[in-house]
Write a protein that binds this ligand. Sequence first.
Ligand SMILES: [Zn+2]
Ligand SMILES: [Zn+2]
Length: 110
Amino acid sequence: MALYALANAEHKCENNMDHYCFQRRNGLPYTEVHHLIPLCYYDDFKNSLDVPENIVSLCSSCHNEIHYGLNADAIITKLYYERKEKLKEAGIEISLEKLLKMYESIFKTK
Ligand SMILES: [Zn+2]
Ligand SMILES: [Zn+2]
């Protein structure tokens, strides 16, 4: 599932396609998978969150920023609007406000 999602994003950073990603040993650009709606909220949804619609491809820097950055909200908001319709198609509906609150409660203490 994760590898499929990376291929879907053409191994680019979905926060900014121009971000530099070094080459993996297999020659593909290195990006990391991130679940836009954190998997620990599994119970809040009747449909699986481990689906391509909820998986984004990020460069290492953006992936760390979305977890630990002071301005993570900006990345979350951008990805949210890009994924909103796709998530809906996968039967996953969430407001931006609720998504931001999820991140706040999981990551703010780190
Ligand atoms: Zn992540
Ligand atoms: Zn990036």
